[in-house]
Design a protein around this ligand. Structure first.
Ligand SMILES: Cc1ncc(C[n+]2csc(CCOP(=O)(O)OP(=O)(O)O)c2C)c(N)n1
Ligand SMILES: [Mg+2]
Length: 526
């Protein structure tokens, strides 16, 4: 059997449904082998960055690794941002990358760059095939590592000279990962800590979403009766109307939750990745921490660990819920929950303006429970993190580790392919939109249906705000946009420009049957 056919067999064995990529001379054999698969659909994208973002978001929602493919040199370089995004946001991703034949590696050579060195800082594991016979082991290892806590990016580079090798190897069996639970002693210590404190505050991180532990978390929180807040990526772990929901923290400015966190005497931190925000921002007073996560805590001056439960988060919470946990009912002073609601415009009735907050209210109102909102990065992401309250977990996709602009349009393709029956709404700034706008052609070719809302303010608004604050003026942060409606239409998708909230309301009420781009021209840009 040809080596690239064995690769495809191994990918099928891993349950791969999609490979997102762009081919080059060095990956033609692999692409051709993929064409013979009835299980895997190869998705020819318009930019490798888009392929990696698709794989990243697919991985977050499908609970298995998303796969992207590129050729050597320029293709690999274009993948880097998306690979880094998955790595920092702990999303499982496997990249398959072509490379020059090894006979060219020892000297300057056309399109040859050392891909291992290029990807070293942005991957969990990154290897080059040096013996075709190792393919089944390497691929099994790659997929196992990508999904293993904490998940991330893995890259396999295949030098061209191996592609046509013949071999007889078959895929290795896929075995499930062991679910580690914390030892009895640590559980006892944790319970003692909870008993001893008066005012615990629960911090919910992305690990709760990854490990699908929301149900167990709710039971735990309701037993403790203590206030709880989410990181951006954990939004939706608690239902929007839960009385113990103190919403979202992690903002650089005007973080309304922080006073509540600072009043606590124990922080129970569950599945929180430091990449979302370092504890010196939210634990200035160095309050003691009960760390519950899949890995031991990182050492940090502002993260003084007093108890540590390391293991599968769902199982750990389940184990805690079996114990006689005390109720620790308390409320931060000053009606904090109401203040957060006001500050974050959570319960605000929409008025007539087409502000991002009003748009988010309309989405909350009309969208079914399983709606997935994919956010890009910019001022709008801050508004989404504050105002938008999803109805269930893993329904707000944000890039918060790398926080890379350009993820939302390709990310929506990954989301829609992972969850074909769930409505997807992409919200992007005009800066981020044009970074990967070309993937709308990919989405249309795939026959997908989702809504893209472009916040058309002709500026990098977040940076405008920051510059104004720092220097009293801004520079180098504005641009002139194309006509987004015409641009959408030229891609063969519907483009609409509502000018009132009522018009937008009518559009959002429509069931999604095609790709619709909504151009929201800013009425009050600054
Ligand atoms: C790839 C990338 N480049 C630059 C940045 C820095 N950055 C963060 S937000 C932002 C502005 C985004 O502008 P836009 O997409 O128009 O969204 P807006 O802030 O206007 O809502 C920039 C430049 C980034 N996060 N990612
Ligand atoms: Mg903008």
């Amino acid at each position: 059997m040809k080596l690239t056919d064995v690769i495809v067999e191994c990918l099928e064995n891993e349950g791969v449904e999609y490979v997102f990529g762009i081919v080059g001379t060095e990956t033609l054999d692999l692409a051709y082998s993929l064409s013979k698969s009835t299980q895997i659909q190869y998705v020819n994208v318009r930019h490798e960055q888009g392929a990696a973002f698709m794989a990243d978001v697919y991985g977050r929602l499908a609970a298995k690794a998303g796969v992207c493919l590129s050729t050597l040199g320029p293709g690999a370089a274009n993948l880097v941002t998306g690979i880094a995004s998955a790595q920092l946001d702990h999303s499982p991703l496997v990249a398959l990358i072509g490379q020059a034949g090894i006979e060219r590696h020892h000297h300057e050579s056309h399109q040859y760059i050392d891909i291992i060195k290029l990807l070293e800082p942005v991957t969990k594991w990154n290897t080059q095939i040096v013996d075709g016979q190792t393919i089944p082991t390497v691929i099994r290892k790659a997929f196992r590592l990508a999904i293993m806590e904490k998940p991330g990016s893995v890259a396999i580079t295949l030098p061209e000279n191996f592609a046509a090798d013949q071999m007889t190897k078959t895929p290795l069996p896929v075995t499930s990962l062991p679910e580690i639970i914390p030892d009895r002693e640590s559980v006892k210590e944790a319970i003692n800590l909870i008993h001893a404190c008066k005012k615990p505050f629960i911090i919910i991180g992305n690990g709760v979403i990854r490990q699908e532990a929301s149900q167990e978390l709710k039971t735990f929180i309701h037993t403790l009766q203590s206030p709880s807040a989410h990181s951006f990526m954990a939004k939706g772990a608690l239902p929007q109307n839960d009385p113990l929901n103190f919403y979202t923290f992690g903002f650089k400015e005007n973080d309304a939750v922080l006073p509540g966190i600072q009043e606590a005497d124990l922080l129970i931190v569950i599945g929180f990745d430091f990449v979302e925000q370092l504890p010196n921002a939210w634990n200035k007073n160095k309050l003691p921490v009960l760390h519950i996560d899949t890995l031991p805590a990182e050492v940090n001056e502002y993260y003084p660990v007093k108890g540590e439960l390391v293991g599968n988060i769902k199982k750990t919470l389940h184990a805690l819920n079996q114990e006689a946990l005390p109720a620790k009912s308390w409320s931060p002073t000053g009606g904090l929950q109401t203040k957060i609601r006001t500050n974050y415009q959570i319960n605000k009735q929409p008025d007539e303006s087409l502000s991002i907050e009003n748009v988010l209210k309309l989405i909350e109102e009309h969208s079914p429970e399983d709606t997935i909102l994919v956010s890009d990065v910019g001022a709008h992401k801050v508004s989404i993190a504050k105002t938008y309250q999803p109805k269930s977990p893993n329904r707000v996709i944000v890039s918060n580790g790398l926080a890379s602009m350009g993820i939302a349009i390709p990310g929506s393709i990954g989301a829609k392919l992972a969850r074909p029956n769930e409505p997807v709404i992409c919200i992007t700034g005009d800066g981020g939109a044009l970074m990967n706008f070309a993937e709308i052609e990919t989405a249309r070719r795939l026959g997908l249906s989702f809504t893209i809302i472009v916040l058309d303010d002709s500026m990098l608004k977040l940076e405008v705000r920051q510059m104004n604050k720092k220097f009293g003026e801004s520079y180098g942060v504005t641009f002139q946009n194309p006509d987004f409606v015409q641009l959408a239409q030229s891609f063969g998708v519907k483009g609409l420009r509502p000018t009132t909230i009522t018009e937008l309301d009518t559009i959002l009420k429509e069931p999604q049957k095609e790709i619709v781009l909504i151009d929201l021209v800013s009425q009050n840009p600054k």
